[in-house]
Design a protein around this ligand. Structure first.
Ligand code: NAD
Ligand code: TYD
Length: 350
């Protein structure tokens, strides 16, 4: 892996991954970050990387939906590996407008697979980043296994499921060397403040309502983003081709509990007025359509086969996350400006 294509490297997880690879991991090659800079892509997420790493980091503004362009990139940069993050990633947006999800998540993945197929021999690995949401919703008991049948419920998860199937099929049909990871909910620095944790941190700091969909008892498994990055790199280095690996944090929690924890942490900050508690900002709003009740993931395959375990507990991860958001108010102001504000008003009113 000397010339790695990272798609979506200016998004939340992609930018954390690029930083992890360059700053912390044993990767010694070059990264070519292809990102079309949607609302979720922000060059500021990798500020200082070009200056620090020179030729080892290249940014190409490009759309994965442009198949010819993607194909040319494999020659231009002699790409030998792919880590595919680029996607439309927000469930609520997929409910309002599924079209972009079909294009980027399905057609975009197809284009990258085709480009990899036409450079077979040159490409030694195509790693596809997916989600546990492809498995659908759990009842009170049980965990998602790699063998759990797919049953996606939202346009987002259906588009991710579709891309997973394409990746798998390219391995079975053409022998493309692929690996897939299905990860639970990530949180941490650089997450766009439309997702639950950064949204709640920001609203709580500004004394704005904290919207809880439905009864707040929906459950997600939470993984600190750096732990996701170490998992992806472990799989890319040592994973078996054609295999899927589940990645989770072993931190199942009801949404309402997450919000309460964040409120309490902010109340306890020395310069914050805690009276009344920020919990009083919690506002129950209309439920999300088709809202999955519970996600929980069994990542014992990744642990047993490749020795990966997450480092952060939810407590340490959320404290780090809060500290990062408190120190980066300008970043938040910039990503929340303009059209996003309008959108958030339209979609999150109580
Ligand atoms: P994000 O929305 O923060 O970032 C997506 C990035 O992809 C942005 O930089 C955006 O500009 C880019 N992009 C979007 N459409 C593109 C296109 N057509 N061409 C090129 N670039 C494009 O997403 P994220 O939360 O960082 O998620 C990254 C990946 O991880 C996605 O595949 C997502 O499905 C998966 N995932 C996310 C989570 C999570 O909790 N965030 C959990 C499991 C899996
Ligand atoms: P989200 O961060 O959008 O991730 P995902 O839908 O991919 O799991 O939402 C996490 C959970 O929080 C989900 O059950 C929906 C819920 N939620 C709220 O209750 N209020 C909010 O404002 C948001 C954004 C999410």
């Amino acid at each position: 892996m000397e010339n790695m294509l990272v798609t979506g490297g200016y998004g939340f997880i992609g930018s954390n991954f690029v930083r992890y690879l360059l700053d912390e991991s044993d990767y010694e090659g070059r990264i070519i970050n292809v990102d079309s800079l949607t609302y979720a892509g922000n060059p500021e997420n990798l500020a200082g990387i070009e200056e620090t790493y020179g030729d080892r980091y290249v940014f190409v503004k490009g759309d994965v939906c442009d198949g010819e362009r993607m194909d040319r990139l494999f020659d231009e940069y002699q790409l030998d590996s792919v880590c595919h993050f680029a996607a439309e990633s927000h469930v609520d947006r997929s409910i309002v407008g599924p079209g972009a999800f079909i294009q980027t998540n399905i057609v975009g993945t197809f284009n990258l697979l085709e480009a990899s197929r036409s450079h077979q021999g040159q490409v030694e690995l195509f790693h596809h980043i997916s989600t546990d949401e492809v498995f659908g919703s759990l009842g009170k008991e049980g965990l998602f296994m790699e063998t759990t049948p797919y049953q996606p419920n939202s346009p987002y998860s259906a588009s991710k499921a579709s891309s997973d199937h394409l990746v798998r099929a390219y391995h079975e049909t053409y022998g493309l060397p692929v690996t897939i990871s299905n990860c639970s909910n990530n949180y941490g620095p650089y997450q766009f403040p439309e997702k639950l944790i950064p949204l709640v941190i920001q609203n709580a700091r500004e004394d704005k309502p904290l919207p809880i969909y439905g009864d707040g008892k929906n459950i997600r498994d939470w993984l600190y983003v750096r732990d996701h990055c170490t998992a992806v790199w472990t799989i890319m280095k040592n994973g078996k081709k054609g295999e899927t690996y589940n990645v989770g944090g072993n931190h199942e929690m009801e949404n309402i509990r997450i919000v309460e924890i964040i409120c309490d942490l902010i109340d306890a900050l020395p310069h914050m007025n805690a009276k009344p508690s920020r919990r009083s900002l919690i506002t129950y709003v209309k439920d999300r359509l088709g809202h999955d009740r519970r996600y929980a993931i069994d990542s014992s395959k990744l642990k047993n086969d490749l020795g990966w375990v997450p480092e952060e507990s939810f407590q340490t991860g959320i404290e780090k996350t809060l500290a990062w958001y408190l120190a980066h108010q300008e970043w938040i102001d910039r990503v929340r400006s303009g059209a996003y504000q309008e959108w958030i008003r339209d979609h999150y009113e109580a």
